[in-house]
Write a protein that binds this ligand. Structure first.
Ligand SMILES: [Zn+2]
Length: 80
């Protein structure tokens, strides 16, 4: 049986960015560390870098998802 906890864990896991060599989890919100690893609209080639933990070469590819909201008024449109 699938519980809410299982679903939430699966969603969290999908957002994980881990080193394919040592499973080190990259914190993509650490802007200084990952400057240059993100691209415009996800159109650029994968960007190589070294894992800070095992020092193996890994490649970053950014995938961008867009979402929209709509409303009867501007205020309503800004609400999710
Ligand atoms: Zn690593």
């Amino acid at each position: 049986m699938t519980s809410v906890e299982d679903i939430l864990a699966a969603i969290r896991k999908r957002g994980e960015v881990r080193c394919p060599h040592c499973r080190h989890e990259f914190n993509m919100s650490e802007g200084e560390l990952y400057i240059g690893r993100t691209s415009y609209h996800g159109e650029e080639e994968p960007v190589p870098t070294d894992c800070p933990k095992c020092e193996a070469e890994v490649y970053f590819k950014e995938h961008v998802t867009r979402t929209w909201t709509v409303g009867r008024t501007p205020t309503e449109a800004e609400e999710l």
